[in-house]
Write a protein that binds this ligand. Structure first.
Ligand SMILES: [Zn+2]
Length: 428
């Protein structure tokens, strides 16, 4: 998983209208960025949409990625995930019947995801027959869900005055046999079977949209281009970035990508000169200030990173990753005069997003340097808790409880962690 305030805000802006059209709460629906280059987007854990950064990098327009995420929203609205689980349970029950018939030969196959080749010896015919039936049932079920999600996506796009052409373009790309043969096995393709008839049906319906020819607004496209450039700069190798954004390309996205690449390759002064020029052109772009601060902070110049990060926070007060970075910079600067501000910024970040472990780690350092050991231990407990390390979390929480005034807000938080029992554990 990755955090990036710019990408997160853009995706929220893309999806707000779609969620409203679907009648689901934008607040309750989380979009999680996954640090994978392959194309993928999927729904898991109820209302969480996971998006690979690769899907954003492969989408040339906002409309393309909005279409794909509208389809995922269709799965949420339809409650498909919960029902798919039921179907899998049913399928498993059917597998058991197959297992009994196959008498012991089947165990390997069912564990290897139904691949018949994984089985041991004997009774192969029975196994193949029953497994195939199970798979056929599941696939037929999945096909219905995919079509329902397609149709839901078309409804949302029409309701929000957006074109379905981006979704169609993306799905067509996955249906292109040439791509499949070239060896790029995108997980999206595997989880979203795109038979020709599904594409054909989608195309017929899409072309009936009154907004088919509509384009994204230039402002939105500009933000999209900057976001993609940054993702390329952060995730691709220098040669790839150089090919995609050659020096002769003097557009803002190209310079943005090159600035990221320059600081990541240790060429800080080149990066700073490029970012400063971008800031002169767009002084209110929070993410340019953020990048300047990040480049300085990660190059060991924490003191100088504070000013640009403060500016970035003032331009986007709700961006938790930037606020946490400012808190980190204030701690890393190593001067006592910054500790109060660091604690304020990091507390603010952790209140907005209690599951953001990084903020708690820096908060623990800040409290420790201030000599407030009880709060330092509580912050460590919260960082461990978020990382899923319950043992260390509870050790730190019990230490914090010995130092914090009983009944104080910090004490109560420590007590909550100390008394926490994971769901499903024994109860008396
Ligand atoms: Zn789907």
């Amino acid at each position: 998983m990755v955090r990036d305030a710019e990408t997160e805000q853009l995706l929220r802006d893309y999806m707000g209208p779609i969620f409203r059209a679907a009648g689901i709460s934008a607040k309750a629906t989380q979009i999680v960025l996954v640090n994978e280059r392959s194309f993928n987007a999927f729904v898991a854990n109820g209302q969480k949409i996971f998006v690979n950064v690769g899907a954003l990098m492969d989408s040339e327009t906002p409309n393309e990625i909005i279409g794909v995420l509208a389809h995922e929203t269709g799965h949420i609205e339809g409650g498909h995930l919960a029902r798919l689980r039921q179907e899998i349970t049913k399928a498993k029950a059917l597998s058991v019947i197959g297992m009994l018939a196959g008498a012991g030969a089947v165990v390997g196959a069912s564990q290897s995801g139904g691949r018949v080749g994984g089985a041991g010896t004997g009774a192969m015919g029975t196994l193949a027959g029953s497994q195939e039936l199970v798979m056929r049932n599941l696939l037929a079920y999945q096909r219905t869900e995919e079509q329902a999600a397609d149709q839901a996506a078309l409804r949302y796009l029409t309701a929000t005055g957006q074109s379905p052409s981006g979704m169609l373009k993306t799905f067509r790309r996955f249906n292109d046999a040439a791509i499949f043969q070239s060896g790029t096995l995108d997980p999206y393709r595997l989880s979203h079977p795109l038979p020709a008839e599904r594409i054909a049906q989608l195309e017929t319906l899409a072309k009936q949209s009154p907004h088919f020819a509509k384009k994204d607004s230039p402002a939105l496209q500009a933000r999209h281009d900057l976001m993609r450039a940054k993702l390329f700069g952060f995730t691709e190798r220098p040669e790839t970035v150089g090919r995609r954004y050659p020096l002769r390309d003097t557009s803002a996205p190209a310079r943005y990508a090159r600035a990221v690449q320059a600081y990541r390759s240790g060429r800080l002064s080149e990066a700073l000169a490029t970012i400063d020029a971008l800031i002169r052109e767009q002084p209110n772009n929070a993410y340019f200030h953020e990048l300047k601060g990040q480049a300085l902070l990660e190059s060991g110049r924490a003191l100088e990173s504070i000013e640009p990060l403060r500016r970035a926070v003032s331009l986007t007060p709700s961006a938790v990753p930037i606020r946490a970075m400012l808190g980190h910079a204030l701690v890393a600067a190593g001067e006592p005069r910054f500790l109060e501000e660091a604690i304020r910024e990091l507390s603010n970040a952790s209140i907005r997003e209690p599951e953001f472990g990084e903020a708690f780690r820096h908060l623990a350092t800040a409290y420790g340097r201030k000599g407030n050991i009880g709060m330092a231990e509580l912050s460590s407990a919260q960082a461990f808790f978020n990382a899923g390390d319950l043992r260390n979390a509870q050790t730190q929480a019990s230490r914090a409880m010995q130092k914090l005034p009983p009944g104080s807000p910090g004490y109560l938080k420590a007590e909550d962690i100390f008394n926490y029992r994971p769901p499903g554990s024994e109860r008396s």
